[in-house]
Each structure stands twice: as structure tokens, then as C-alpha cells.
Design a protein around this ligand. Structure first.
Ligand code: AP5
Length: 215
């Protein structure tokens, strides 16, 4: 079983690389951002609670996101998980370690995707996704082949995220540096941190990620 964490600021390319790993290695992507957006869109009690928090760019409580991950890990047996956007705090990292240990599993790699802030603003402001299959696009670096139509599933339901605006991004970055970046030291100390150049082209980042997993 291969369990990996993709760690990086908003827009670093975690979701983009996670989707490739799902396709190429049959791993299961666990994105807490996607799970929270699903809860928000389906209007559940939890969705109502998290909607404002997410729109502001703040972090949702540890209790909620740890609960979401625990539910998924307790599900069916799979070849491995890609944790995308989780953990984001030291408490979440401790909880993940305990959950994996309880299942007798290990964390194989933590891949930090390093990208500078200027590139993140550009990536976030140009991002759009397919509402049907979740494929991630960008106005200039990864446009659809036919304007307005998803390359993967043919849907025309292409949308931009409510929190992809300058103000929310500033807050998301602040939250990342304050609460999530300490995880770089945490996993370095644990001996499973690898850093890749997230500024490279999507295919080149994928090669660097593969090199870490195949080492
Ligand atoms: P979440 O959905 O996790 O958002 P995020 O971490 O801000 O990350 P993004 O999804 O914005 O970026 P990404 O790194 O996946 O980049 P992508 O591949 O899309 O979280 C949203 C919110 O939910 C949080 O703010 C918080 O409120 C809450 N939340 C979620 N998890 C939580 C947790 N664990 N605890 C508490 N709260 C939580 O790429 C971005 C763009 O760049 C795309 O357009 C893509 O095409 C393009 N691109 C990607 N790679 C490249 C490349 N190499 N070169 C050029 N362009 C590229």
C-alpha cells in the first residue's frame, strides 16, 4: 500500500498531480477541499457551517476535517491514498499518523510542492474546473481543446471557485504559512519529506513526483 501526502500552498498543483496519480497508479485521492465543497453544495448542516469559513480563506476546524478523513480511511481496502490538502495543521498531522497506525499502515512519502507566491496568484486567478468530472484547467497553461467543453468528459459545466479571488487567496496564503508550513519541518524530522519544483511545467512536476515514489 502506498500512502502519500501532497503538501503545498493554494495553487501549488496538488489537485492536478493527484489526478494524474489516480490515473497512473490507481491510488485514491482524498481531497478535504473537495469533500468540504461537496458538503457545501449539498446543503448539509456541516456544509452550511463551513461555507463562510471557506469563502474567507480560513481553515475549517480540525475536528471536522479529521472526521471526514477518518470516515474515508475506514471504508473499503484500496491500493493507497493521496492526501491532497490534508493535513494542514500539526494536530491534523498527528491525527493522520494515529489513524494510519491504527490500520497498521505507514506514510510512504510527503511531497512538498514548492511554488513562489507570484506564480500562485497567476495560477489561482486563471483556474477553472469541470463541474462534472473535476478536471482542473487554466486559462493559459492548460486551456480546454474546445472552448467551453471539458476535454475529459465533454461537459460544458465549467466553473470557477468562489474562494479563487485576490482577498481570499491572501488569507489562504497566510493560513498556509502560519499553520501548514510547520508541517515541512515535522515531516523532515520524521524522515519522509521530499521537495519538488512545483514551478516546472505540469509534465515535469509529474516526473519529479514519480521519481520520489519510485526511488
Ligand atoms: P483546497 O481545495 O484544498 O484548496 P487549496 O489548498 O487552496 O489548494 P487548491 O485546490 O487551490 O490548489 P492546488 O494545489 O490543488 O492546485 P491545482 O492543481 O488546482 O481547500 C479549500 C479550502 O477548504 C481551504 O481554504 C479551507 O477553508 C478548507 N480546507 C480544505 N482542507 C482543509 C483542511 N485539511 N483543514 C482545514 N480546512 C481545510 O492548480 C491550480 C491551477 O494551476 C490550475 O489552474 C492548474 O491547471 C494550474 N497548474 C497546476 N500545476 C501547474 C504547473 N506545474 N504549471 C502551470 N500551471 C499549473
Amino acid at each position: 500500500m502506498t500512502n502519500i501526502i501532497l503538501l503545498g500552498p493554494p495553487g501549488a498543483g496538488k489537485g492536478t498531480q493527484a489526478r494524474r496519480l489516480v490515473e497512473e497508479r490507481g491510488l485514491v485521492q482524498l481531497s478535504t477541499g473537495d469533500m468540504l465543497r461537496e458538503a457545501k453544495d449539498s446543503g448539509t448542516e456541516m456544509g452550511k457551517i463551513v461555507a463562510d469559513v471557506m469563502a474567507r480563506g480560513d481553515l475549517v476546524t480540525d475536528e471536522i476535517v479529521i472526521g471526514l478523513i477518518e470516515e474515508k480511511l475506514d471504508g473499503e481496502k484500496v491500493g493507497g491514498f493521496i492526501f491532497d490538502g490534508f493535513p494542514r495543521t500539526l494536530a491534523q498531522a498527528d491525527a493522520l499518523g494515529a489513524l494510519l497506525a491504527r490500520k497498521g499502515e505507514t506514510l510512504d512519502a510527503v511531497i512538498e510542492m514548492r511554488v513562489d507566491d507570484a506564480a500562485l496568484v497567476d495560477r489561482i486567478s486563471g483556474r477553472f474546473t469541470c463541474g462534472a468530472c473535476g478536471e482542473v484547467y487554466h486559462d493559459t497553461t492548460k486551456p480546454t481543446k474546445i472552448e467551453g467543453t471539458c476535454d475529459e468528459c465533454g461537459s460544458t459545466d465549467l466553473k470557477r471557485r468562489a474562494d479563487d479571488n485576490a482577498e481570499s487567496l491572501r488569507q489562504r496564503l497566510m493560513e498556509y504559512y502560519k499553520k501548514t508550513s510547520p508541517l515541512i519541518g515535522y515531516y523532515y524530522h520524521a524522515g519522509n519529506l521530499a521537495t519538488v519544483d512545483g514551478l516546472a511545467a505540469i509534465d515535469d512536476v509529474a516526473k519529479s513526483v514519480a521519481a520520489v515514489l519510485d526511488r
